[in-house]
Design a protein. Sequence first.
Length: 333
Amino acid sequence: VRSILFLWSAEKAHYLAMDTLKFVLKIPLLRKLVKGKSPSGSTTIAGVTFKGKLGIAAGFDKNARYINELAHLGFGFVEIGTVTPVPQEGNPKPRLFRLKKDEAIINRMGFNNDGMDKIAKRLEKYMDRDIVIGGNLGKNKVTPNENAPDDYEKCFEKLYYLVDYFVVNVSSPNTPGLRDLQDKDSLGQIFDRLFAKREELYDGVRKPIFLKIAPDLTNDQLDDITELVNSKGIEGLIATNTTISREGLKTDKSIVDEIGAGGLSGKPVKEMSTHVVKYLRNKLPNTPIVGVGGIHSVSDAKEKIAAGADLIQVYSGFIYEGLSLVNGINSEC
Ligand SMILES: Cc1cc2nc3c(=O)[nH]c(=O)nc-3n(C[C@H](O)[C@H](O)[C@H](O)COP(=O)(O)O)c2cc1C
């Protein structure tokens, strides 16, 4: 299946595969045949109980269109988004590239998404569900950084009763200036707003809010994050997003240069993201950490868990390895 899908452009292949899967799973016999191993056991972090340890990372189901299908394949949780207040087309195509030699992906999607209203409507269908859904939040490209807290707050309020946990995403490299929001003051303002809003919306459950960080942060910047987690009471970290680095790639430099800007994911980001998980785990022994970046095998998954991750997510590894990765992780982690 992968060989056929890889004949298509990466973005077309993604939607072709998922729409075909959606169709196939409506046919009872095929539904039984195309099924991943269900997650076993459960992990509770920040008050949310996740089935197994494996989720699909943000960006795969940006618009909450494939939640049932991803659950059927064996994912214990789906992080939808990144969601912005107003729908966005994202960057011009092509904007998603495979680096097969490196088992990697470069993307500069730019938060293409249907916007919070449409996505919230779709999520209403999943009120009674058996899978954990995370809401990954971002800001619109046209929103200046000083108004970023407004965008995060709008999406948070819209999705509050529809998802189980939230993620503040300030680490995607494809929205100009977004990663500047990773500094202590900007992040502090965003979290203050969300925590205050949460008290207003409180209905007996305080939905936890996690922070997703880049793998490119220096140890000093990670120390700032640690301080912020302690001072603000941020309930968890997702480590990591894609990297802007292009170091150590096997793909010809000319090809990489021609692709241009974007976030690199998959095997080349594994060590960087594991370093971040390990570093943060040492500094924050009790803070939940979701490890993501370059998990392409059961042993990669075990490595992230050994580094300190409570849960793990995959994106690129699922593109390259398919269902066997999910089955392996659900059997052995
Ligand atoms: C095509 C693509 C789109 C992505 N979109 C988002 C996104 O919208 N929000 C986000 O937080 N991360 C996004 N990511 C990052 C992933 O969630 C993940 O953090 C990163 O790819 C590292 O994991 P991996 O090596 O398993 O792919 C995207 C990744 C890819 C490949």
